[in-house]
Ligand binder design. Structure first.
Ligand SMILES: Cc1cc2nc3c(=O)[nH]c(=O)nc-3n(C[C@H](O)[C@H](O)[C@H](O)COP(=O)(O)O)c2cc1C
Ligand SMILES: Nc1ncnc2c1ncn2[C@@H]1O[C@H](COP(=O)(O)OP(=O)(O)OP(=O)(O)O)[C@@H](O)[C@H]1O
Length: 310
């Protein structure tokens, strides 16, 4: 997949199917749009292009996580376009003429039914359709994917992430919330004293759930390991950065330096400051036990698959 972080000129493409939006998290609604451009690729040989408008806010998926994910889906080009004043104030027709048609040579534009763009948010799916006749492209408008009576959106997922509601997030994303990164060395206290942990330091750009303990599944290139993860600053020992620290059940491999994706299944308790290291260790023993019970529970076994629903 070609990845372009725009800082001025748009790339010149030929014959593309373009989908537009912020695309944070690539939730079930986003995937309907992406599947549509992939179908166009298959049927008409159009380039599958995702144009993602980006700002400085923390994201459900970091830019890197999103890139990896879209490449796996089969997207040809990811354009990250800063949501700056120039883009925000651009007249809708200019955006269509200069960028969609002029640069990207769109044959097809795919958006959700409430998508808005350009000056005074006057760019609507209807307007895209209207100009499609003049500039010769097709517009596909996708109906909103719902969860009950509420539209799925990145905003909805952010709200649930703030509450640590990992089960709900899994429904909305159609897969678990995850953190990806390289396993780093901790201070080594855990390993020396009894429970080894695999540590990831998420970038500051990653939107995280509340500090606390979660039941997780860690995915490495050659295997998946259930475990229990602490997110936070380890107040008992005092750490200066936020860590994602996982005790993998029944795994004694040396994992340092390896790439890992940790899927979050369930929040179990907030992070606490303990009065002694012994008290912390006793609590972690209990955490490990409750994590193992989660995976042993027959009803939970279905939940541990890394399936992608809808
Ligand atoms: C399941 C689990 C739960 C944890 N809960 C807490 C906690 O509530 N408070 C805390 O200060 N540290 C917590 N920790 C972090 C420990 O302080 C940390 O594992 C230990 O200090 C070893 O750190 P090191 O690997 O950097 O040496 C937890 C770790 C794990 C794996
Ligand atoms: N639930 C959904 N079903 C179908 N299409 C959607 C859905 N949510 C968003 N889209 C469409 O996907 C594209 C990208 O959406 P975008 O990320 O901008 O919105 P969002 O997910 O609603 O996020 P936010 O809550 O931050 O506005 C847009 O064209 C949008 O209309």
């Amino acid at each position: 997949m070609e990845y372009v972080r725009l800082s001025g000129q748009f790339p010149k493409l030929t014959k593309s199917a373009v989908t537009l939006g912020k695309f944070d998290g690539i939730h079930r609604g986003h995937r309907k749009l992406i599947r549509t451009i992939l179908e166009r690729k298959k049927e008409y040989g159009e380039l599958a292009v995702v144009m993602a408008f980006v700002s400085d806010r923390q994201m459900i998926f970091t830019s890197e996580e999103r890139r990896t994910y879209l490449a796996k889906m089969g997207v040809d080009v990811l354009l990250e376009c800063p949501l700056n004043d120039e883009i925000k104030h651009m007249k809708a027709e200019n955006f269509i003429r200069q960028i969609l048609k002029g640069d990207l040579q769109a044959e097809c534009v795919v958006v959700g039914e409430d998508f808005r763009f350009g000056y005074e948010r006057k760019g609507t799916p209807e307007l895209l359709q209207k100009f499609g006749e003049k500039y010769e492209y097709e517009t596909v408008v996708i109906s909103k994917e719902m969860e009950g009576s509420r539209k799925i959106s990145s905003t909805y997922i952010r709200e649930e992430l703030k509450k640590g509601n990992m089960e709900k997030i899994r429904d909305l994303l159609g897969r678990p919330f995850c953190v990806s990164g390289r396993i780093e060395h901790g201070r080594g206290l855990g390993h020396r004293d009894f429970f080894p942990t695999a540590n990831i330091i998420p970038p500051k750009s990653k939107l995280m759930p509340p500090n606390g303990v979660y039941v997780t599944m860690s995915h490495f290139e050659d295997g998946d390991y259930p475990g229990i993860t602490n997110v936070g600053y380890k107040p008992t020992v005092g750490e200066s950065f936020l860590g994602v620290e996982t005790n993998l059940f029944d795994c004694d491999l040396d994992l340092y330096g390896r790439e890992c994706t940790v899927d979050f299944y369930k929040f179990t308790r907030p992070e606490q400051k303990f009065t002694s290291f012994e008290a912390l260790k006793a609590q972690i023993r209990k955490d490990i036990q409750s994590g193992k019970e989660y995976f042993q529970n027959e009803n939970s076994s279905q939940k541990t698959l890394r399936f992608e629903s809808k």
